[in-house]
Write a protein that binds this ligand. Structure first.
Ligand code: ZN
Length: 291
């Protein structure tokens, strides 16, 4: 009996040591695909109480409410400073961030998540299907995972499921599960209001393909092809006024808005651009299915 207890104690010590090593594992952020990911960008008001606070290409969105603010996506690790400065430049307080959301658990949107969560004390709410990957800092991602975490691991405060509502102050956002790019890729649908009118905003996680492997060879994600097919179908049935995405390049933001432009939500009303982007991605998906 005593021996058994001793063994258990030894095992506990060993286990905690392993946990400590895992937690302390050094983050190795991959080299950015383009310098546009780190390039600063002047923050601006998109529509009503919705603002762009990301880098030149890594889209981060701030939604303000009388009860505090919601931040969607956090860019790379070094985006934190830019996001903080952007929020301040718009006249808001970084520490008023109460809820953190993300469109997908890749390092180019999760890089600064752990740091921002720590500094603001905000609640991180995440699609349940991306949580295992977030917890190991991207290591277990089916396509771009590896031995080292690509961002600081983070544990969410609330798990979200398809159709769940996120409420803060007068705002209600619906999370839509659009898997494929990651298992828990998420889009957000909500209404904002300005002095003139309301806008239904859709922040879509566009279903681009990240893996070089044939879909039927991905044992870590056996449902990948079915998930993409579901997402394409789901995305076609969404109605909205304003379309945004995880990367500025995905919705041609820089063609629609230049730094210093006057407030003009109408430039982001682009159903034709959305349809074209979707059908382009669907073509790539269909090619991939032949692989
Ligand atoms: Zn991604």
């Amino acid at each position: 009996m005593f021996n058994h207890l001793l063994k258990n104690a030894a095992l506990t010590v060993l286990l905690s040591a392993t946990v400590a090593i895992t937690t302390a594992q050094k983050v190795k952020e991959p080299k950015a695909w383009t310098t546009e990911w780190s390039k600063p960008y002047q923050p601006f008001r998109i529509a009503g109480n919705l603002y762009y606070v990301g880098t030149y290409d890594l889209a981060c969105y701030l939604i303000t409410t009388p009860k505090g603010n919601i931040l969607i996506n956090t860019g790379l690790a070094d985006s934190e400073k830019q996001i903080r400065q952007n929020i301040k430049a718009l006249g808001f307080k970084f520490t008023d961030t109460k809820i953190l959301l993300n469109t997908q658990a890749h390092y180019d949107h999760m890089g600064a998540m752990a740091a921002i969560k720590k500094k603001t004390g905000a609640q991180l709410m995440m699609n349940e299907k991306d949580v295992p990957v977030a917890k190991d800092g991207g290591s277990s991602d089916y396509a771009i995972g590896g031995k080292e975490p690509s961002y600081k691991p983070v544990i969410p405060d609330r798990l979200l499921h398809d159709g769940d509502t996120i409420v803060l102050g007068n705002m209600q956002l619906v999370m839509l599960h659009h898997p494929g790019h990651t298992k828990g890729s998420s889009s957000f649908l909500f209404t904002v209001q300005d002095e003139q009118q309301q806008y239904k905003v859709f922040i879509a996680n566009m279903p681009s393909i990240v893996t070089d492997s044939a879909f039927n060879k991905i044992s870590a994600y056996p449902d990948i092809a079915v998930d993409y097919a579901y997402t394409f179908k789901a995305l076609k049935n969404i109605s909205f006024d304003i379309w945004l995405s995880s990367h500025a390049s995905q919705f041609d933001m820089h063609d629609k808005h230049k730094p210093g432009d006057i407030y003009n939500p109408a430039v982001f009303k682009d159903k034709a651009g959305y349809d074209a982007a979707l059908s382009e991605l669907q073509k790539k998906y269909e090619e991939k299915m032949k692989q």
